[in-house]
Design a protein around this ligand. Sequence first.
Ligand SMILES: [Zn+2]
Length: 113
Amino acid sequence: MNHEEAARKLGVDPASLTPAPAAPRFTETWARMQQEPPCSACGQPSRTSGVVRDLAHRPRWLDRCRDCFLATPPILRRPLSQAITDIREAAAEVGLRAVLHTDEDGWQDELSG
Ligand SMILES: [Zn+2]
């Protein structure tokens, strides 16, 4: 799901979020993630940040802790099996072994390559 759908599912009112740049560069998003602001939904330290955009509000940061992120996973642009293959191939190209924890229902079983 996208950030707007994630905010709705988590019951986060975009009006309560911190204003964000309209199109933050990766370095801006990374800098925010390094600060570990409280999760927008539950207040735990966040692990990921993104921007919510809707017509009623200016862009706002949506910060999610691990559990809230896993409850609102992003949409994969390709089938999960292809995404796993791509990650393994990318890891192998740089000499790393990828250990992924996922299944079709979301992040439960371990796959390793
Ligand atoms: Zn949370």
